[in-house]
Write a protein that binds this ligand. Structure first.
Ligand code: GLN
Length: 343
């Protein structure tokens, strides 16, 4: 039998699949002005949307200016494009959680996080106490408050101060800039976080917190209070988009396998009880924070962050969700295939 026609059809098939895979992952327009115009049109479209509310359980966030709105993209080759209030600082809050999980995976391996925290999504609010009571693992996953406290308690360090320094250094390397904590938000969170205090104590009672509850809660509050801007948040995501190499410094921070683990967590639980609709509408691993920031990752292509303080009832920024959804639709970034156009 002549094998060549077969070889040719295999070759043609591979070429077709490659072309399809490449065309799935579009990218920003190569021209900077055009890319900026694209982001600016998205920014303008949602600027008038003032729905949602500031989080009322953290007084310093409840008193924030609700108006800022920024969008920033960092590509895997380190290109940056941003529009809107890009200088407006905000606090990272829960958008820190996947990055802390990444550090623990790097330090202790994927199995530690799997066994000592868990991987399953909850379909419940991020601060749910029911979930702890009902889930046999208690901690559930690293992106809800319970699992995030267990995760941060696993960061290596001789004492909480050393753990904090390691964490801040890690975020700074991801962001490509020295980050610091917003002291007034930290104070506000510290004084008012009664629910998180209960979460920490409850986990400890089940032996699922790996440190002294008040010290762990303090470390968690510190990580939540890290201040940054939209471009810096996008830059943190870009290391995940780039297979673990920080695209500007060129430093390898994570192995590709560890990145996959973090992105899978973000896909399942990054938007809490909104994760299913987010996967459906946007198709990208993402993480939100009640500071108003969201970061989403298109693996191999780019990371996008958006920031605006008003939140929906699930604690996710209204405008940031709309902006990222629109970008994903327009560039066809979604992992699962095409998503329909703008909402
Ligand atoms: N520090 C906040 C809390 O624990 C973070 C929550 C969030 O951003 N979703 O309540």
């Amino acid at each position: 039998m002549n094998r060549w026609p077969h070889a040719l059809s295999v070759f043609t098939g591979i070429a077709f699949l490659t072309a399809t895979a490449c065309s799935r992952a579009a990218n920003l327009p190569p021209d900077d002005d055009e890319a900026r115009r694209l982001l600016a049109s998205i920014h303008e479209r949602y600027l008038e949307d003032r729905s949602g509310a500031l989080p009322d359980y953290i007084p310093a966030l409840a008193a924030a200016d609700p108006e800022p709105f920024a969008i920033a993209v960092v590509t895997t080759d380190g290109r940056t494009v941003s529009v809107g209030d890009t200088q407006a600082p905000f606090v990272i809050m829960s958008a820190a959680k996947p990055f802390t999980a990444a550090l623990v995976i790097r330090q202790r391996g994927r199995d530690t996080l799997r066994d000592r925290v868990g991987l399953e999504p909850t379909g419940e609010a991020y601060n749910s106490i029911n979930v702890i009571e009902e889930n046999p693992l208690r901690t559930v996953n690293p992106l809800v408050n319970a699992g995030a406290m267990a995760t941060v308690s696993l960061v290596r360090g001789a004492d909480p101060e050393a753990q904090w320094n390691a964490l801040l250094d890690w975020y700074s390397r991801l962001a490509g800039a020295p980050l610091h904590m917003d002291d007034s938000i930290y104070e506000s969170v510290r004084k008012t976080g009664l629910r998180n205090r209960s979460v920490a104590a409850l986990l400890r009672s089940y032996d699922r917190l790996y440190g002294e509850p008040e010290a762990v809660r303090d470390l968690y509050n510190r990580q939540s209070s890290v201040q940054l801007d939209t471009l810096q948040l996008a830059m943190m995501g870009a290391t995940l988009a780039n297979g673990g190499v920080q695209p500007v410094s060129g430093e390898r921070l994570l192995s590709p396998e560890d990145v996959t683990a973090v992105l899978s967590l973000m896909t399942m639980a990054g938007m809490y009880d909104g994760a299913g609709a987010w996967a459906w509408d946007v198709g990208l691993p993402a993480k939100s924070g009640v500071g108003g920031g969201i970061v989403a990752v298109a693996p191999g292509v780019l990371a996008v962050a958006a920031f605006s303080p008003r939140l929906d009832e699930k604690g996710n920024s209204v405008r940031a969700q709309l902006a990222i959804r629109s970008l994903s639709a327009q560039l066809q970034l979604g992992l699962f295939g095409p998503v329909p156009g703008d909402p």
